[in-house]
Ligand binder design. Sequence first.
Ligand code: CO
Length: 168
Amino acid sequence: MKTLRIIVLAIFSITVIGCGGKEEKKKEGFSYEKKSEVSKKAESNPNDVIITSNDAMQFNKKEIKVKAGQKVKLTLKHIGKLDVNVMGHNIVILKKGVDLTAFAAKAATQRDNKYIPKNSEDIIAHSDLIGGGQVSVVEFDAPEAGTYEFLCSFPGHSGLMKGKFIVE
Ligand code: CO
């Protein structure tokens, strides 16, 4: 009887250990699969753009390139800690021919409208104004091929926070 019990126990342990191992492998495989799916998606869609901004009044990109004739999904992240009233950021893409400095001066007076001039015809698209730790996503149709300018319209920021939005 004793021998039989030991054998039964041994079989039971092997089964449990075996199952545990399998489960771990499955989990690992799943997480890898997920990661590669995400990176593939980002690589295959150049119009899915992420730009970050920080407490040092900077964007991490001076140039954004997208393809014409497709939707653009532009994600602005504020990776700093400062409040929106102190170090607020947005991203505004201007129509061709709009003077960036003149636009920034006008926008700076529009505090009640988050520094976006009301009914402005100068803008292709803009994100929301955000503070540290926040994210804003804006989707729009890519304009015709060409080079456009983008900026943060928070007062005093556009000197550093600006760049080219290139549609190919
Ligand atoms: Co800013």
